[in-house]
Unconditional design. Sequence first.
Length: 251
Amino acid sequence: MLADAALHLRHLTKRYGGVAVVDRLDLEVPSGVVFGFLGPNGAGKSTTLKMMTGVLTPDEGEVCFGPLSMARDSLAAKRLIGSVADNLALFEYLTIWEHLDLIRSLYDLSEQSFRLRARQLLELLDLAADASKPVRRASYGMRKKTALAMALLPNPKFLILDEPFEGLDPVMATSVKRALRQAAARGTTVFLTTHMLDAVADLLTHYALLRQGVLLAQGTTAALAQANTTLTAEYLRHFSQAEAEDLAWLG
C-alpha cells in the first residue's frame, strides 16, 4: 500500500505559444473516489490528463501519485496508472487479444492472472467473440472498450480516463460504471473526463470544473444533493451560454 494514496496536481501549467492552456492548476484527489474533471471543449482537460500520464511535460508544477512524482519517479509512477487517452493509442494491426497481452508483458503479470483477468474483461465488455479481430477492423465502440480493458487489466491504483463512456451503448456504459465503482470501493482512484453528465451523475463522488485551464469550482456530489441541486445544474450555472435568438423560420 502507498503511504499516501491521494493524487496531487500542484501548480500544474502548460503553455502553447505563450498562452496557458492549463494555468497553475491545484487539485488534491482522495483515494477510492470517482472524480469527474469537467468543462467545455478547449478547457484544458485532455492536456491535463496528458501531463498526468507523462505524455506531456508541464512547463511548471508537478503531478504526484501518492509519494511518487511523475517528474522524478516517472517509471514507478506510470506503473500505478491505467489510462484511456483521447486518441485511444491503439495499434491498428494488433488484435484485441494482442493489445491485452502487451499490457501483460509491460506489467509483468503472471500467465494465470493475465488469462483470468483478460477473460473476465472481454466478457464484461462484450469483446470475447472479437478477441482475434485486428483493431483496424473494429468499430469505434470496440476500440474504446479495448482501451478500457487495457486500462483495467493491471488493476492499477489510479485510473485516468478521457471520455470513457463515449461510443458505449447504455447497457455497456452501465457495466463499465459498475466496474469503476467496484475499483473505487477497493481503493482505486478514478479520474475521468466526460461530457455525459446525466449518465455519470450516479457514478461521480467528486468533481472539478475547469474553464480555459483555470479551476472554477470543485466539490462532492453528496454536497450538491444536500443543497438540493445536481451536477448538471452546477455545470450549467458556470458554463451556460446566453439564450440564443429564436429561429422563427425553423419548422
